[in-house]
Design a protein around this ligand. Structure first.
Ligand SMILES: Nc1ncnc2c1ncn2[C@@H]1O[C@H](COP(=O)(O)OP(=O)(O)OP(=O)(O)O)[C@@H](O)[C@H]1O
Ligand SMILES: [Mg+2]
Length: 259
């Protein structure tokens, strides 16, 4: 959809390209990211998959600007991530836990950023909060507390909260974890719809193979801090590398033993 024809509730103005060059990150003696190279195109839904502890969340934190790499470079268009510069590219992160504040209502959670930065009047904030909740398929839940919502609704609220900053780039850490299969599909559709209508560039870390095969344009596999493959889901699932095959095709019986 052309930007000029977007409704007043729409958010992103221009999608961004993300580039990582030789990004390394260690904590003490533990080397977590090892020369990570990536390029995510504007408006792309890019998935990152890999075993637990392989460095996926650490990678997202470097891209968001929450942390800085020890070496290597990250560009979001032509700038490095910098959370302290509100005038720069707007990057939103949806945390795995949702990270909603339990003492605040849904409306207060979603409007917190605008409230704290005193960016708008109360009335205007209320209007924006309702619009963002509507954008994720939730209406009339402003007065509820997070404890009164289902897991899927909480995820949507945390996406609505991310949309408040009108992101050009949105980073999801495990958007469908802890959800039942129907809610997981709904969230996947939501991620896709936000990209399609608002042209947001999307990077999502996930273990959800159905989600990746359903909505990702491309996927990177990270094992032990190294990107070992990048391609379309079809290409990645056809990859004959033993480690990748083991990771993607592993199955569990009900008693959790590996088949
Ligand atoms: N702040 C930190 N300080 C020290 N070590 C850390 C820190 N953050 C992450 N690590 C370590 O880095 C490694 C990668 O962690 P990360 O959270 O990125 O894993 P992940 O791939 O997201 O795993 P999961 O799928 O379980 O979420 C782990 O060994 C973890 O203990
Ligand atoms: Mg993680």
């Amino acid at each position: 959809m052309p930007i000029s024809s977007q409704s007043e509730n729409s958010v992103s103005s221009e999608a961004v390209r993300v580039r990582l060059k030789d990004v390394c990150k260690s904590y003490g003696a533990q080397v977590v990211l090892k020369n990570v190279n990536l390029q995510v195109e504007p408006g792309e839904i890019f998935a990152i998959m890999g075993p637990s502890g392989s460095g996926k969340s650490v990678l997202l934190r470097q891209i968001s600007g929450l942390e800085s790499p020890d070496s290597g470079e990250i560009w979001i268009n032509d700038r490095h991530p910098d959370l302290s510069r509100a005038d720069q590219t707007r990057v939103a992160m949806v945390f795995q836990s949702g990270a909603l504040l339990s003492s605040l209502t849904v409306g207060e959670n979603v409007g917190l950023f605008l409230e704290e930065h005193r960016l708008k009047s109360k009335k205007e904030i209320g209007r924006i909060v309702s619009a963002k909740l509507k954008a994720v398929g939730l209406e009339g839940v402003e007065a509820k507390f997070p404890s009164e919502l289902s897991g899927g609704m909480k995820k949507r609220v945390s996406i609505a909260r991310a949309l408040v900053i009108e992101p050009q780039l949105i980073l999801y850490d495990e958007p469908t974890s802890e959800l039942d299969p129907v809610s997981a599909v709904t969230i996947g559709q939501e991620i896709c719809r936000l990209r399609d209508t608002l042209a947001i560039t999307t990077i999502m870390v996930t273990h959800d193979r159905d989600l990746v095969q359903g909505i990702a344009d491309r996927v990177a596999i990270i094992i032990d801090g190294k990107i070992v493959a990048i391609g379309t889901p079809k290409e990645i699932w056809a990859n004959q590398n033993r480690k990748i095959k083991d990771f993607l095709h592993i199955n569990f019986k009900f008693d959790n033993t590996i088949l």
